[in-house]
Write a protein that binds this ligand. Structure first.
Ligand SMILES: NC(=O)C1=CN([C@@H]2O[C@H](COP(=O)(O)OP(=O)(O)OC[C@H]3O[C@@H](n4cnc5c(N)ncnc54)[C@H](OP(=O)(O)O)[C@@H]3O)[C@@H](O)[C@H]2O)[C@@H](O)CC1
Ligand SMILES: Nc1ncnc2c1ncn2[C@@H]1O[C@H](COP(=O)(O)OP(=O)(O)OP(=O)(O)O)[C@@H](O)[C@H]1O
Ligand SMILES: [Mg+2]
Length: 298
């Protein structure tokens, strides 16, 4: 654990007065629909709290005013359900360092069709993508969308992992062999990085398997996965900028993912110390700064 945390420390860019706004990360979140506005908010604000300079949310038009009202810090584009959605997002892609696709996206076919186009456009531009929540639902329907894309990281929870595994490997997960199942899924997807969240998070790029057992808590409120995927959006960008020489030969994306898992669990631990059973994801987000310092700035 400690060795991998050191690798995460190596990828964190120093704060410097010579940098301009945007250099430490411009992150896009693709998600947010009529039902779910909290999830894209949690992901986008987490990206900012971890250290990105700008955080954009591309969401359905009904979700936009709600998300804007949660926070003046986010840039919110009400485009996902428009006929020109792909084009509207494509206009921003050259300025984005990473995309997080899925938090609060929902499963509406028209929206998912647009997201498919956005994913294809992102791949064509070599933009790193974190795929979570309903983005994973889309990938389970069409694994070819991310097959072999080495700049993708998937962050399934228990249910999402089973669904994805079943879709890609055409059989149920062997619950007695989590490591083997994870390796097989990552390899079958062409060495895409996969983070299986759970009591312990396990992560693989199809070659190496890492386990993150940073102490969290027993509190399982919704939204913790959104904090993880938003944080990972920034860390993926930083890791790719740093390159494998800073990660001692390990995959930069795997190191980034380990950082996001550790941070989320540490936020959960700290928030639980203060709030116990009433801990919510907003309490965890309030801990991002101190959790980050404790883990990565020692
Ligand atoms: N505030 C907001 O706006 C939030 C919005 N969110 C958004 O909601 C959307 C749907 O996301 P999702 O995670 O609910 O997805 P889905 O695949 O339907 O799985 C749900 C089912 O899986 C199961 N299950 C889960 N874990 C399990 C485990 N360890 N072990 C066993 N079973 C387990 C469990 O089944 P159950 O216990 O109910 O039988 C559960 O009902 C997505 O857009 C997301 O971003 C969230 O981000 C939260 C905050
Ligand atoms: N049983 C557990 N014990 C400790 N930590 C856990 C446990 N299950 C999940 N976590 C942690 O909670 C975080 C989110 O994982 P979870 O499985 O809740 O994601 P999710 O279902 O996608 O969340 P969301 O509600 O945001 O969609 C991860 O950092 C994971 O390590
Ligand atoms: Mg989730």
């Amino acid at each position: 654990m400690e060795n991998t945390l050191q690798l995460v420390r190596n990828i964190i860019p120093p704060l410097s007065s010579t940098k301009h706004k945007g250099q430490d990360g411009r992150i896009g979140i693709v998600g947010g629909c009529q039902e779910y506005t909290g999830a894209p908010y949690f992901a986008a604000i987490s990206a900012l709290k971890v250290g990105a300079d700008l955080s954009h949310v591309f969401c359905a038009s009904t979700a936009a005013p709600v998300i804007k009202a949660y926070s003046p810090e986010l840039i919110v584009h009400p485009v996902l359900d428009s006929p020109g959605a792909v084009h509207e997002v494509e206009k921003w892609l050259p300025r984005l360092h990473a995309l997080v696709v899925g938090p609060g996206l929902g499963r509406d076919d028209a929206l998912l069709k647009n997201v498919k186009g956005i994913l294809e456009a992102s791949k064509a531009r070599d933009i790193p993508v974190v795929i979570d929540a309903d983005g994973l639902w889309l990938v389970a329907q069409q694994p070819a969308l991310i097959q072999g894309y080495r700049k993708a990281v998937l962050t399934p929870n228990h249910m999402e992992f089973s669904r994805l595994y079943d879709a890609v490997l055409r059989g149920p997960v062997d619950s007695d062999d989590r490591h083997g199942s994870l390796l097989r899924l990552s390899q079958a997807l062409g060495n895409v990085t996969v983070v299986q969240k759970g009591e312990r998070d396990i992560l693989s790029d199809g070659q190496q398997v890492l386990v993150c057992s940073q102490e969290g808590s027993s509190r399982r409120c919704g939204g913790q996965g959104d904090l993880l995927s938003g944080s990972l959006g920034v860390l993926v960008h930083w890791a790719l900028l740093a390159g494998p020489e800073k990660t001692n030969g390990s995959s930069p994306l795997l190191v980034a993912a380990f950082g996001a898992c550790s941070l989320t669990r540490q936020c959960n631990h700290q928030a639980f110390q203060k709030h116990g059973r009433s801990t919510t994801t907003s309490d965890m987000i309030a801990e991002v700064g101190t959790a980050f310092s404790k883990l990565f700035e020692t």
